[in-house]
Design a protein around this ligand. Structure first.
Ligand SMILES: NC(=O)c1ccc[n+]([C@@H]2O[C@H](COP(=O)([O-])OP(=O)(O)OC[C@H]3O[C@@H](n4cnc5c(N)ncnc54)[C@H](OP(=O)(O)O)[C@@H]3O)[C@@H](O)[C@H]2O)c1
Length: 258
């Protein structure tokens, strides 16, 4: 068999939440494989630092400051991407927020904000990019979570947004398969990122004591390990992979709770 083709040479990728964690690792993986990037986050400093790092791979990088929970910002991301690069091949819907609240206390406003940011933003960006993705036989990768398999108590809105991303992935894959667009989902378990920093710290303290069972590999995931899956799914190597949720959890969902 010939060498597997994971090159993204000359492709254009939009990545939301690119300034940190999984988005950042994915942006660097894309850049290392030749993709030009449109990188998005609300904050400027970390985004510009990431853009500089990515440019060192010899690709073009356009940073766009935007809140994906805002329609005008989503339109601006798309408009700037088209103005700069003329089209989009890859859309990585990665930005997300969470809200610590028990179901008993969940209010519509916070539920709506989490769903709008984590789920609808991805749907809306996909709609905006549809004609370009169709022309270029592109791919959409949605970052969900292992919360799409089992919800986290106290993170109800977040967990519900994550299972919604899985269904949105399947629905779009079915609707847009005929257009040559693939739509896939990646669900990581606990990963060492700023979003999960406190949780990682407490889990690693328990693992250190040897009285905690996280997954068969007894460690948390690293952002680069998620980015490797994202890269593969975004590349020509995954040309027949469509409409599925790929779990990156070190075997956690395979183990029987004790
Ligand atoms: N870390 C984990 O354990 C874990 C596990 C499963 C799934 N995930 C998923 O992985 C994805 C990335 O999470 P992460 O852990 O890498 O988090 P992170 O390190 O906190 O990064 C989040 C990124 O999203 C951006 N962002 C947040 N809200 C945004 C908004 N409204 N508009 C635009 N950008 C926004 C942040 O930048 P600004 O704050 O500057 O906007 C940042 O670039 C999320 O979808 C998360 O649900 C993470």
């Amino acid at each position: 068999m010939a060498k597997i083709n994971t090159s993204l040479e000359g492709k254009v990728a939009i990545l939301t939440g690119a300034s940190s964690g999984i988005g950042r690792a994915s942006a660097l993986a894309y850049a290392a494989h030749g993709a030009n990037l449109v990188v998005v986050s609300r904050g400027k400093d970390r985004l510009e630092a990431l853009a500089k790092e990515a440019r060192a791979f010899g690709v073009e990088v356009l940073p766009v400051i935007a809140d994906v929970g805002e329609e005008a910002d989503l339109q601006n991301i798309y408009r700037q991407a088209i103005e700069k690069f003329g089209g989009v091949d890859i859309l990585l819907n990665n930005a997300a927020i969470s809200d610590r609240v028990m179901m008993q206390n969940l209010q519509y406003e916070s539920f709506e904000r989490v769903l709008r940011t984590n789920t609808f933003a991805g749907i809306r960006l996909a709609q905006l990019c549809h004609s370009s993705l169709k022309k270029r036989r592109g791919v959409i990768v949605n970052i969900a979570s292992d919360d799409s398999l089992y919800p986290s108590v106290g993170l109800g809105a977040y967990s519900m947004s994550k299972i919604s991303q899985v269904h949105f992935t399947k629905l779009l894959a079915v609707e847009w398969g005929k257009d040559g667009i693939r739509v896939v989902c990646v669900s990581p378990s606990l990963t060492r990122t700023p979003m999960a920093a406190e949780w990682v710290k407490s889990v690693e303290a328990k693992l250190e004591k040897g009285n905690y069972r996280l997954n068969p590999m007894d460690r948390v995931c690293e952002p680069e390990e998620v980015a490797a899956m994202v890269l593969f799914l975004s590349s020509p190597a995954a040309s027949f992979i469509n409409g599925y949720n790929y779990v990156v959890d070190g075997g956690m969902s395979a183990q029987v709770p004790i």
